[in-house]
Write a protein that binds this ligand. Structure first.
Ligand SMILES: Cc1ncc(COP(=O)(O)O)c(C=O)c1O
Length: 412
C-alpha cells in the first residue's frame, strides 16, 4: 500500500443547511479535542454526573435516570424500545413519516404486536384520534415521534401524557430532530421516556443519544434486571421478568453503570461525552426558551424568503417544526442538479427527501449552530442564483428582502 495516497483529513468547507447533521458549534469541537480519561477516574465520573444534571435541564425533568447512550439517535431509540417492550406487548405507533415507520420496525424486532395509525405525510394527529386508537388497541406503550424530519412536521404532545395516564399506557417519544428547537416538557407533559440526538438543534456531531426515563419506566426496566457473569456478586439478584434481549442496549445495565455502583458495561465514549456535555452547556446558557425563539426566528425568516422566491412549501405549516422547512421542487426543475450546484459552487448542502417525497421536496434546516441570520441569507441567495441559472425565474432580490424584513421585525 502506498500510504502517501492517504492525505491528512482536511474536509472541504461546507455550510450544512439540510435536515441534519449541521455544522457543529466550535465550542463543541474544542471540547471534543480534550485528552481522554480512564472511565472510572473520579474526574470522569464527575463529568458523567454533570452530564446527567445538564440533560435534566435540557429535557425539563427531575428524572434521576437521564443519561447518554453511546451510538447515534437510533441507538437511543433501540435502547428504550428493547428495554421497555416484552415480546407480545401491544404498542401503538401514530405514523406521520419515515421515523414513525422506524419505530414500528424496531418494535417488531422486539417482537411487539405493532398497531399503527396513519395520516398523510405533511399532517399530524389530534389527541382525540390517538385516544380513540388507544381505547381500541389497549396498548402497553404509545410510541411517538415528536418532530418527523422526513415531513418536517411536529406532533403536538402536550395532551398525550394525560391520555396515556388515564389508560395506563407508557408514553415514549423520539425527540431527535425537535429537542432544543421546539418546546419539550418531559415532566409537565407526562412522558415516560424520550430519546434524542446531538446533530440537529443541539449543535453537535451524531454519535451520542441523550435519554430520560420516568420512575414508572425505570420500574418496568428493573423487573428485567440482569447482571453479567464475571462482574456479579452475591449481592446481585436478577429481576422477576425475562432479561432484555440486547446486552449493549440493556438500560438496566446502563443505569447500573451510570449509577453509584458503576458496574462495568461498555467503555465510555469519552470524546462523544465531552461533546454532549458542551452541547447541553451551550443550550442551557442560552436558555431553553431563547433557543426555541432563535430557531423560530430563523425558521420563519427562511420561510418568508422561500415564499417570496415563488416556491411552494410542503405540509401543514401550522404544525411545522421551527428548525426545518419542506420546499416543493418546482415543475421542470431538476432537484438533484440544484443540490449539486449549491454544494459545488456555493459550498451549501440542502436536503433531499425520502419515500413518497423523494424528488418532490427539498428540506432546508436552520438549526443548532446554523440557526443564524448569515446562514439563512447565504442559503436564500445561493438557491435563488441556482434556480435562475436553471431557468426558474424569480423576482430577483425579493427573497432576501423578505427574510431581511423579517429580521428587522424579529428580536434575536
Ligand atoms: C426523527 C429522527 N429520528 C431518528 C433519526 C435517526 O438518527 P441517527 O441517524 O442519528 O441514528 C433521525 C435522523 O435524522 C431523525 O430525524
Amino acid at each position: 500500500m502506498d500510504i502517501t495516497q492517504f492525505s491528512q483529513i482536511n474536509p472541504p468547507q461546507r455550510l450544512l443547511m439540510g435536515p441534519g447533521p449541521i455544522n457543529a458549534d466550535p465550542r463543541v469541537l474544542r471540547a471534543m479535542s480534550s485528552q481522554l480519561l480512564g472511565q472510572y477516574d473520579p474526574a470522569m465520573t464527575h463529568y458523567m454526573n454533570e452530564v446527567m444534571a445538564l440533560y435534566r435541564g435540557v429535557f425539563c425533568t427531575e428524572n434521576r435516570w437521564t443519561m447518554l447512550i453511546d451510538g447515534t439517535s437510533r441507538a437511543g431509540i433501540e435502547a428504550v424500545l428493547v428495554s421497555a417492550i416484552r415480546p407480545g406487548d401491544k404498542v401503538l405507533v401514530p405514523v406521520f413519516g419515515r421515523f414513525g415507520h422506524l419505530l414500528c420496525e424496531i418494535a417488531r424486532r422486539c417482537r411487539a404486536e405493532v398497531h399503527t395509525l396513519e395520516v398523510p405525510w405533511g399532517e399530524v394527529f389530534t389527541p382525540d384520534q390517538i385516544e380513540d386508537a388507544i381505547k381500541k388497541v389497549k396498548p402497553r406503550l404509545l410510541l411517538t415521534v415528536q418532530g418527523d424530519t422526513s415531513t418536517t412536521m411536529l406532533q403536538p404532545l402536550a395532551e398525550l401524557g394525560e391520555i396515556c395516564r388515564r389508560h395506563h399506557v407508557l408514553f415514549y417519544t423520539d425527540a431527535t430532530a425537535s429537542i432544543g428547537g421546539n418546546a419539550l416538557e418531559t415532566d409537565a407533559w407526562g412522558l415516560d421516556a424520550i430519546s434524542a440526538g446531538m446533530q440537529k438543534c443541539l449543535g453537535g456531531p451524531s454519535g451520542t443519544s441523550p435519554i430520560t426515563l420516568s420512575d414508572n419506566m425505570v420500574d418496568v426496566i428493573r423487573q428485567r434486571k440482569c447482571v453479567e457473569e464475571g462482574i456479579r456478586t452475591e449481592a446481585h439478584s436478577d429481576g422477576s421478568e425475562e432479561m432484555i434481549y440486547s446486552n449493549y442496549f440493556d438500560l438496566g445495565m446502563i443505569m447500573d453503570y451510570w449509577g453509584p455502583e458503576r458496574l462495568n458495561h461498555h467503555t465510555e465514549a469519552t470524546t462523544a461525552l465531552f461533546g454532549a456535555r458542551e452541547c447541553a452547556r451551550l443550550i442551557l446558557q442560552e436558555g431553553l426558551d431563547n433557543g426555541i425563539a432563535r430557531h423560530k426566528l430563523h425558521g420563519d425568516a427562511l420561510l418568508a424568503g422561500i415564499q417570496h422566491m415563488g416556491l411552494e412549501t410542503f405540509g401543514n405549516l401550522q404544525y411545522k417544526m421551527n428548525n426545518v422547512l419542506g420546499v416543493m421542487i418546482p415543475q421542470g426543475v431538476n432537484g438533484d442538479l440544484v443540490r449539486k450546484l449549491m454544494l459545488e459552487d456555493f459550498g451549501i448542502e440542502i436536503g433531499t427527501s425520502f419515500g413518497p417525497l423523494h424528488g418532490k421536496v427539498w428540506r432546508i434546516g436552520t438549526m443548532g449552530y446554523n440557526a443564524r441570520k448569515d446562514c439563512v441569507m447565504q442559503t436564500l441567495s445561493a438557491l435563488e442564483a441556482v434556480l435562475n441559472h436553471l431557468g426558474f425565474n424569480t423576482v430577483q432580490g425579493a427573497a432576501m428582502q423578505a427574510a431581511w424584513d423579517h429580521y428587522r421585525h424579529g428580536s434575536c
